[in-house]
Design a binder for this molecule. Structure first.
Ligand code: ZN
Length: 248
């Protein structure tokens, strides 16, 4: 089922942009009147979406819910008192009022949303919404150039048949970890000192070239990219690191 974008936005906002149970900023949108023990059956086809019966939760808690390990009464309570509202200090947001600082591959970008762009295709974007919550877009391509998963404005969609390959954790304090065991893919987005977002990752691909992001370098295939901006602090740039997958 595809939940219409305006309803997704409403559910994200009321959840303070995190899973209502754990604060994880990777979200799925579910109708808790339709859930239960139905692991082996496909979810019922849904055509009407009532936000009052729906909630934003992370994929891990969604799996627990589908396995019958989470009570819908508890879910309803959490909807009304989401984690990121109660635990303001653990919500995926920064405290600095004006600027968004991101550290990526040895470079610091301030107020730059498009962080990593290859062949004019945006692979990693980040921006801030009201109350300084961080909103991520990440396209996870695998080695055969297929989209394994998409994180779009914190909404998660992955290939349904392979959902078990992903482990998505929100660790304290403010450390988001996404791992795909089958593809050896991982991405970490961590807010440090409540002010700076640091991103590292490995095993993501674009156009069959592996992307590796360490605290000091970004590699596309065996080439280091973003060398010209390395070690600098760049403010209000259109694109952080831009590269081409083919060199002529
Ligand atoms: Zn959760």
């Amino acid at each position: 089922m595809v939940v219409p974008q305006p309803i997704q936005n409403q559910l994200k906002k009321e959840a303070f942009y995190g899973c209502v149970i754990c604060g994880c900023p990777v979200l799925e949108f579910i109708d808790f009147t339709l859930t239960g023990i139905q692991v082996d059956k496909p979810p019922p086809r849904q055509e009407v979406f009532l936000p009052e019966n729906m909630v934003a939760i992370c994929p891990s808690h969604n799996q627990k819910l589908q396995a019958g390990k989470i009570d819908t009464t508890f879910l309803r309570l959490s909807k009304n008192n989401p984690f990121s509202k109660i635990h303001d200090d653990l919500a995926f947001k920064t405290t600095s009022s004006k600027e968004l600082t991101v550290s990526l591959g040895g470079c610091t970008f301030i107020n730059t949303s498009r962080l990593l762009v290859v062949d004019d295709f945006d692979l990693i974007n980040v921006r801030r919404l009201d109350q300084r919550f961080l909103i991520l877009d990440v396209n996870f391509f695998d080695r055969s150039n297929k989209l394994a998963a998409i994180l779009f404005e914190n909404g998660w969609s992955s290939e349904r048949s392979r959902i078990g390959d992903w482990t998505i954790e929100y660790l304290r304090p403010k450390r988001l970890l996404l791992q795909n065991s089958r593809e050896n893919m991982n991405l970490e987005a961590r807010i440090e000192n409540d002010t700076e977002l640091r991103i590292v990752g490995d095993g993501l691909y674009y156009n069959n070239q592996k992307i590796k992001i360490t605290p000091h370098e970004v590699f596309l295939g065996d080439r280091e990219i973003g060398i010209d901006t390395k070690g600098s602090v760049l403010t209000n740039y259109d694109v952080g690191i831009r590269a081409e997958s083919l060199i002529f």
